[in-house]
Design a protein around this ligand. Structure first.
Ligand code: GLV
Length: 309
């Protein structure tokens, strides 16, 4: 019997266990640290995998990330020949769509400004703009970015997207690569970052990028904390270059209590909750990929090591 090891939040692991018991009684599903016979382990799903996986599990075949991102993985600890698979599942996608729509609408309808006005008992209407008059730009056009853009389009927003390599998405103006980044930023009133963390995206949300946006642009950050330069954001907020920022990710996490972002009047912070892997749908996505692997078909969400995501 082959063993599947789950190494992430144990309470959620119990939900995975139920799905596996129902769908794959032939697989011995175990929750870390209860690994059984290491030689039987064929599959590992982890948020943070153990360092020595190749030695510890000599017959391991596939490694799954329980999250959408794999930046928390040391890619060198997963042998080159072994497929490493990102989590793409409807629970994560829907969560991100909700958070993105909420945040973009909040900025579009001036909610941060009204919160500030309310604190001063100040009744001052701001001119309402239609969604079609607001240019939204999404950094990152993978499965999350595409789902978010489809929903934002349904409100009528003028939508664009930027990614590393060229994409074509119905109704979305697509920009690609470093050469087109400034043109994308120049037409973006509300910027939403959904990029994976790589060497290229680390520190990317900095003064240079903020200055390429129209003055007073809004920022929604649901990528990874290390992409954002805190000092540059604070300066851009104070100068008015960035109007308001909604941050779901910071570096470090949790954000230390004395970090000035907590108290900045133009910043909303949520504790990395934009989207969470849903145990039942995630387990089904993993089971589907196991079946694909067993049948020699391509898995969905295979990490490209050269790209790092
Ligand atoms: C959360 O940020 C994830 O990667 O799923």
């Amino acid at each position: 019997m082959s063993t599947f090891i789950y190494k992430a939040d144990p309470a959620r692991g119990q939900e995975w266990a139920k799905v596996f018991a129902r769908e794959r009684a032939d697989v011995d599903f175990r929750i870390w640290p209860d690994i059984g016979d290491p030689a039987q382990v064929r599959y590992l799903a982890a948020w943070e995998p153990p360092e020595d996986i190749a030695q510890r599990f000599p017959n391991l075949q596939v490694v799954f990330s329980t999250g959408a991102g794999v930046d928390q993985f040391n890619l060198k600890s997963v042998p080159e020949h072994m497929p490493l698979v990102r989590m793409i599942e409807p629970g994560i996608v829907e969560g991100m769509v909700e958070y993105a729509v909420f945040s973009v609408l909040a900025l579009h309808r001036d909610m941060p400004a009204y919160r500030r006005q309310q604190a001063q008992s100040n009744w001052s209407p701001i001119q309402v703009r239609l969604a079609q008059e607001r240019r939204v730009g999404v950094l990152g056009l993978g499965s999350l970015g595409q789902a978010v853009l489809a929903r934002l389009r349904s409100f009528g927003f003028d939508c664009a997207g930027w990614s590393r390599s060229q994409r074509s998405i119905d109704g979305v103006t697509c920009y690609a690569g470093q050469a087109e980044l400034n043109a994308f930023l120049a037409r973006t009133d509300i910027l939403l970052c959904l990029l994976p963390l790589t060497d290229e995206t680390r520190g990317m949300l900095d003064a240079r990028l903020f200055n390429a946006l129209p003055r007073g642009a809004g920022l929604v950050h649901a990528g990874r904390g290390q992409q954002l330069n805190h000092a540059d954001l604070l300066a851009a907020l104070d100068s008015g270059q960035i109007g308001d920022a909604i941050l779901d990710v910071t570096h470090p996490e949790p954000l230390p209590a004395d970090n000035p972002l907590w108290r900045h009047p133009r910043v909303w912070i949520t504790p990395h909750i934009a989207s969470m892997t849903r145990p039942d749908t995630a387990a089904m996505a993993v089971l589907d990929n196991m079946r694909r692997h067993e049948n020699g078909e391509p898995v969905i969400g295979l990490v490209d090591r050269a790209k790092g995501y």
